[in-house]
Design a binder for this molecule. Structure first.
Ligand code: NAI
Length: 381
């Protein structure tokens, strides 16, 4: 009897800036594997922001992700210093996508200062300084808070200060730290390193560290563990990244170290990621909307395609995921159909190609789909 073909339903969020270009490239590569996916395209998903500058995520976007349980998302711009808060952060908080998983592996052919990087960064996604609890300079709330701190903490803050709160809870810390150890066990990883600044932030980072030590004790003999100050980690990562395996970090350090790790493996153009909740998964590249590259067909689609590989694995389409990753590896190694950011000084030998052309080169290296190619998918025009 012929095996019934599963049709997966996936929400597709092109985002803005370079988002629509890199997501279109990933979309066509995923469809070319032959895996049947019915894509539900959610173009903006954001309405006008509220008085507190909190973006209003559309019910259609949230419903689609909650119904399909899986999404592939492009980056979305956040104004710097002013205006609306991040749509990306709002989405993670609203859907409780608490675990951000960012594998950081150096592929052969990519120019890097290192030759052996294979680590996984696990970032807490819901709290810390990203909770969005901020009080602007000169407001009555800030004045009240300054008075409160003076009365209860004995510290005199400047009257012209703006204040951001950094909540770190025991519950969220335990959830992400346990996730990191379970991830390490399931993925054959050997060592989990907790990253913090508990020498200075005794209570917030101190709590994160305390919980780490408690949870880590349960994995004694199964997974090695240690902790490290975030500043020391930065220095060691850029000297000996091969000494790290799984990193678990509170939100802000996780965001910053993600970009540092991307720099170890060839840049933001190649760094994929997942945001996971208890039953939802949103796959997205680490990079942002890169307004400097938008609309020029020059952004590197690798990070989005690798996010797609991770998505296929999550959907248990393991063979298709392996084929897509293998095809990408062939193109990266050959180096003659890659975007400008991967070229270094090599561009005189082989001219650079555009986002779409790189995706086409990957598709032409896909094996095993000579017969049927899925006739599903959305129109990105
Ligand atoms: P960015 O990640 O967009 O760009 C930083 C640098 O990396 C730029 O020089 C850019 O050209 C380069 N770059 C990024 N992606 C690339 C790619 N695929 N190929 C080649 N080069 C690439 O960070 P930036 O400029 O700080 O942020 C731009 C906007 O993106 C901001 O509004 C920011 O808030 C937003 N953002 C959104 C994220 C998301 O949607 N998850 C994540 C990070 C930033």
């Amino acid at each position: 009897m012929k095996k019934q073909r599963i049709v997966h339903k996936v929400t597709l969020i092109p985002g803005n800036g370079i988002g629509p270009e890199v997501i279109a490239a990933a979309h066509s590569c995923i469809d070319a594997t032959g895996v049947a996916i019915k894509w539900d395209v959610q173009r903006t998903g954001v309405g006008p922001s509220t008085d507190n500058n909190i973006p209003a995520l559309s019910a259609a976007l949230l419903d689609s992700i909650q119904k399909n349980k899986v999404a592939l998302k492009g980056p979305i711009t956040t104004p710097v210093g002013i205006g609306m808060r991040s749509v990306n952060v709002a989405l993670r908080q609203t859907l409780d996508l608490y675990a951000c998983v960012r594998p950081c592996r150096l592929y052969p052919g990519i120019i890097s200062r290192f030759d052996n990087v294979d680590l996984v960064l696990i970032r807490e996604n819901t709290e810390d300084l990203y909770a969005g609890i901020e009080y602007d300079c000169g407001t009555s709330e800030t004045t009240e808070l300054i008075e409160w701190v003076k009365k209860h903490g004995g510290k005199t803050l400047q009257n012209d200060a703006a204040i951001s709160l950094k909540p770190i809870s025991a519950r969220a810390s335990e959830r992400i730290i346990r996730f990191a150890f379970e991830y390490a066990l399931k993925n054959g990883r050997k060592m989990v390193t907790a990253v913090h600044k508990a020498n200075i932030m005794k209570y917030s980072d101190g709590l994160f560290l305390k919980i780490f030590r408690q949870v880590a004790a349960e994995y004694d003999g199964k997974i090695d563990h240690r902790d490290q100050l975030v500043d020391s980690l930065c220095m060691q990562l850029v000297r000996t990244p091969e000494c790290y395996d799984v990193l678990v970090l509170p939100n802000l350090y996780g965001d910053i170290i993600s970009d540092l790790c991307a720099g170890l493996i060839g840049g933001l153009g190649v760094a994929p990621g997942i945001n996971l909740g208890s039953d939802l998964a949103v796959f997205e590249p680490v990079h942002g909307s890169a307004p400097d590259l938008a609309g020029k067909n020059i952004a590197n689609p690798t990070a989005s395609i690798l996010s797609g590989v991770l998505m296929l694995r999550h959907l248990r389409e393991l063979e298709a995921a392996d084929r897509l990753e293998a095809a990408l590896k062939v193109v990266l190694k050959a180096g003659d159909h890659v975007t400008a950011d991967l070229k270094g000084s090599d561009s005189r030998q082989h001219p650079v190609v555009g986002t779409q052309q790189m995706a086409e080169a990957i598709i032409s290296n896909l094996t095993g789909n000579e017969g049927e190619i899925a006739q599903t998918g959305a129109n990105h025009a």
